[in-house]
Write a new protein. Structure first.
Length: 262
């Protein structure tokens, strides 16, 4: 089969999304499927750059810079669908039997509808962060006009897909109350990853854990949605004292803040 995968980030950008999409694309390619990645970069001169990396075709579309915090990210992501349609509508050599879209960005709805119509295909949404819900839950976003706007965009994304893969069973209740079309299937899609064949010299020689102490280990994304800072703030260090070791493994928007605190 031929798959088009839509994603905010892809290699060589180091993000959790680029890593899991890379693993997914490689696995599907090894199974004999033809993969086209459509992703965004803000540092290339051409509006659209097409490369073949191994057996995987990469279409990198120039986007607005995402370096200016949440405002920069919003301005960039709002243009995702229009840029995908503009750059792909004249490309005739991209076969497609199915579309896979990796969220957390919620601005792919229009592009997914266009691709489904163009190729008469189905779309699978890999849902990893439920936005804007998590932003409201953590107090990052108030339930005002901007929140209502995001909810409209979110609904447009969900309704454009045929299957939505959520991260945990606890998210099922959220979608049960969402009143989506009953033809849209909601299922739990666990995270995946390629096994490490080796550890680099630093990791193989570095082991901060101590079996004489309480070891607190977190592994995964360290973005705003995970709100790891709240976890750190909730620990009573006066009780733990020197009896605990905290180990954080991963990366994300809060990485530097966490690093400075601990």
């Amino acid at each position: 089969m031929n798959f088009i995968i839509l994603t905010d980030y892809y290699h060589p950008i180091v993000k959790s999304g680029s890593i899991i999409v890379g693993d997914l694309a490689n696995e599907l390619s090894q199974q004999g499927h033809k993969i086209t990645i459509v992703t965004f970069v803000d540092n290339q001169s051409k509006a659209c750059q097409i490369n073949l990396e191994g057996e995987i075709q990469i279409i990198r579309i120039r986007s607005l810079t995402r370096k200016y915090g949440r405002v920069g990210r919003l301005l960039s992501e709002q243009s995702y669908s229009s840029k995908i349609i503009r750059n792909l509508k004249n490309l005739q050599n991209i076969p497609c039997d199915g579309i896979i879209c990796l969220s957390p960005s919620i601005f792919y709805g229009k592009a997914i509808r266009w691709l489904k119509k163009k190729y008469n295909s189905k779309a699978y949404l890999v849902m990893r962060d439920i936005f804007p819900k998590w932003a409201a839950d953590t107090g990052l976003l108030k339930k005002g006009l901007l929140y209502k706007y995001f909810k409209l965009v979110e609904r447009n994304l969900y309704s454009s897909c045929d299957v939505i893969g959520i991260e945990a069973k606890s998210d099922l209740e959220y979608f049960e109350n969402y009143e989506l079309n009953k033809s849209i299937k909601i299922e739990v899609l666990n995270n995946w990853g390629s096994p490490l064949n080796r550890m680099d010299d630093y990791l193989s020689s570095y082991n901060p854990l101590d079996d004489r102490k309480v070891n607190i280990v977190y592994g995964g994304n360290m973005g705003d949605a995970q709100d790891i800072l709240s976890l750190i703030d909730s620990i009573d260090y006066s009780i733990l004292g020197e009896r605990a070791v905290m180990l954080f493994i991963g990366y994300g928007d809060q990485f530097e803040k966490i690093k400075n605190i601990i």
